[in-house]
Write a protein that binds this ligand. Structure first.
Ligand code: FPP
Length: 244
């Protein structure tokens, strides 16, 4: 879909995914504990939801905590979980004010029960909202998501509900956590790293990738516009030939 940004017409990606990296370095640069960087990252995320919607993006998916992030120190993990807890407390009210729908992907069964129940509450309270479709990946890993999808498909085959020949791309897609979302058009990773770190492995098959040195807490509206400009220079062919 086309949209106008500061008087110029651009092709606006329908779905933007972000690996919010660099919170720790943002804090380190200021001689602060890493937790402060995550807190600032949380603030940047709230602003990002507003900015991206006003730029015309409909789906926004962010990587908040990976299945590998449990390897960090107990203090850091509990710090991130507390930021999440606080965020969730006011999320329903904030989302409803902005007509924003919030979903969580990932294996939530490993999260503390109070966080799981807050997630259910926010998802339920915002499910009618038609504005920004905001998805947060928590205890998420692309391989883990595919493993869970395969296990659930295998169970259906075992129960005779599905024939192995019926396991199409579409059937796999429907068993992923993201079954309600279109695939991302653009992946942004901040802070200079250039890898996908187990994020949306299936869904990013045809996405454009934008890498920037900006640290996530500093990533603002201007940075999103830069990413959209980059996206507009790409020539998306989905495996086909130019001009066909
Ligand atoms: C990566 O930076 C960031 C994380 C692992 C956590 C991201 C969490 C938030 C932005 C806040 C919580 C989310 C919500 C939904 C409120 P890093 O720590 O790897 O940074 P570094 O590479 O500089 O060390």
């Amino acid at each position: 879909m086309q949209g106008e940004i500061d008087g110029v017409t651009y092709e606006i990606p329908q779905h933007v995914a972000v690996i919010m990296d660099g919170n720790g370095r943002w804090a380190k640069k200021r001689l602060m504990p890493r937790g402060i960087g995550h807190r600032q990252g949380g603030k940047a995320l709230e602003q990002a939801c507003e900015d991206i919607w006003h730029l015309g993006v409909k789906y926004f998916t962010v990587y908040a905590f990976s299945t590998e992030n449990w390897k960090r120190s107990v203090e850091e993990v509990s710090g991130i979980m507390n930021i999440l807890r606080n965020y969730l407390k006011t999320a329903a009210e904030r989302c409803n004010r902005e007509n924003m729908r919030m979903r969580v992907i990932g294996d939530r069964t490993a999260l503390d029960e109070d966080i799981q129940s807050e997630i259910r509450r926010v998802e339920e309270a915002t499910k009618q909202n038609t504005g920004l479709q905001f998805t947060v990946a928590i205890n998420y890993g692309g391989r883990d998501e595919i493993r869970r999808a395969v296990a659930s498909i295998a169970k259906e085959v075992e129960e005779g509900k599905l024939d192995p020949s019926g396991v199409t791309d579409e059937v796999i897609r429907q068993h992923l956590d993201t079954w309600e979302l279109p695939d991302p058009d653009l992946l942004i990773r901040t802070s200079g790293e250039e890898r996908i770190s187990n994020f949306l492995l299936w869904q990013l098959a045809y996405a454009e990738f934008y890498f920037t040195d900006v640290l996530w807490p500093d990533f603002d509206r201007k940075c999103f516009i830069e990413a959209i400009k980059y996206y507009n220079q790409r020539d998306r062919r989905y495996g086909g030939v130019k001009g066909k």
